[in-house]
Ligand binder design. Structure first.
Ligand SMILES: [Zn+2]
Ligand SMILES: [Zn+2]
Length: 324
């Protein structure tokens, strides 16, 4: 069993590379690829751990391209050479800067207009952020989600799914879930004297109606083009794979990326909604590489995913990189 798409805390994952390798061993994986967003920084620790614990590790990266509308996975490249390459450094630092600028604005907004919470005893709490909370790194919305979860858990005793929480506070699309789901169903381990499990979280957390008041748009121009990303991966001896195409990438764009030299498609992804037979057919027809990965972000960050399993959607174990 193999999993070629896993994140660590060096991007927006929950665990250190060391812990990820340990989880991969526990899950019985034979091979794992660490594919952090827009950074190679976690690979050193991952390689050391993999060597110590005798785990097969594939060096990987997931580059956000074309205004972050699509993701390109890279594997098997010489990561040290890539890390020293000024082109890589330029790409990465542009993204990092844009993300920090955006994060600084979100922190400002949070202080001007904090999210207010009140428990059933009438104690008041608020959620605000400081840029210093996040250290010197690219800051993702998931980091804000994680921090929100911490504050909610500390003060209300309710443990939220980090990604749901991120959507709740930044986007409207998951708002309904929080407005309609009882706390005891939201958190299966709910056991808090501070809130009533029969109520919804929104009875205790006050959000504006469209809950978009902390939303800050990204500077999309900071991202490289798909061509730049694919060329960078190839330059260092790697293969470039179009990540989870059903999330954000149109089928036309998949063809376009293949035309740019992408070597294959992440066909087996829980994010590929119904697209699997189509992409399977495409890679077979064009003799490309099909990869398989869960896009696991951590034990509690990805509660519905199991390392090495694509989950209910295709109900199939991840076994190998296949080249047709
Ligand atoms: Zn992705
Ligand atoms: Zn990913």
């Amino acid at each position: 069993m193999k999993d070629f798409h896993v994140h660590t805390a060096y991007s927006d994952g929950e665990h250190s590379p060391r812990e990820v390798i340990q989880y991969a061993i526990k899950a019985g994986l034979e091979e794992v690829a660490i594919t952090d967003h827009d950074t190679l920084d976690g690979l050193e620790e991952a390689i050391q751990t993999a060597n110590q614990l005798n785990m097969a590790l594939i060096t990987g990266i997931e580059l956000s391209v074309d205004a972050n509308s699509s993701h390109i996975l890279g594997y098997f490249f010489n990561y040290k050479k890539m890390q020293e390459d000024p082109e890589y450094q330029e790409i990465i630092s542009k993204i990092r800067r844009a993300k920090r600028t955006r994060a600084a604005e979100i922190c400002e907004k949070s202080k001007l207009d904090p999210i207010l919470m009140q428990d059933k005893q009438g104690n008041n709490y608020q959620i605000t952020f400081d840029l210093e909370d996040f250290g010197d790194r690219a800051i993702y919305t998931g980091h804000f989600g994680a921090k929100m979860c911490q504050v909610v858990e500390q003060n209300l005793g309710v443990r939220l799914d980090v990604y749901d929480a991120t959507h709740l506070f930044f986007k409207a699309k998951k708002y309904e879930k929080f407005a309609t789901t009882k706390i005891k169903d939201l958190d299966p381990n709910y056991n808090s004297a501070k809130v009533d499990g029969e109520k919804t979280l929104l009875d205790y957390v006050k959000l504006e109606k469209d809950n978009k008041y902390w939303h800050v748009s990204e500077d999309k121009s900071a991202y490289p083009s798909a061509k730049e990303a694919i060329d960078l991966i190839h330059k260092h001896g790697g293969i470039a794979i179009i990540a989870h195409p059903d999330e954000g990438t149109t089928r036309e764009r998949v063809e376009f990326y293949l035309g740019l030299g992408a070597n294959g498609i992440e066909v087996y992804s829980p994010k590929n909604n119904g697209g699997i037979p189509y992409y399977e057919g495409l890679v077979k027809k064009k003799h490309l590489i099909a990869t398989q990965g869960t896009d696991w972000h951590g034990k509690t960050y990805s509660p519905n995913k199991i390392l090495g399993f694509t989950g209910a959607k295709i109900g199939k174990r991840l076994d190998a990189i296949s080249a047709w």
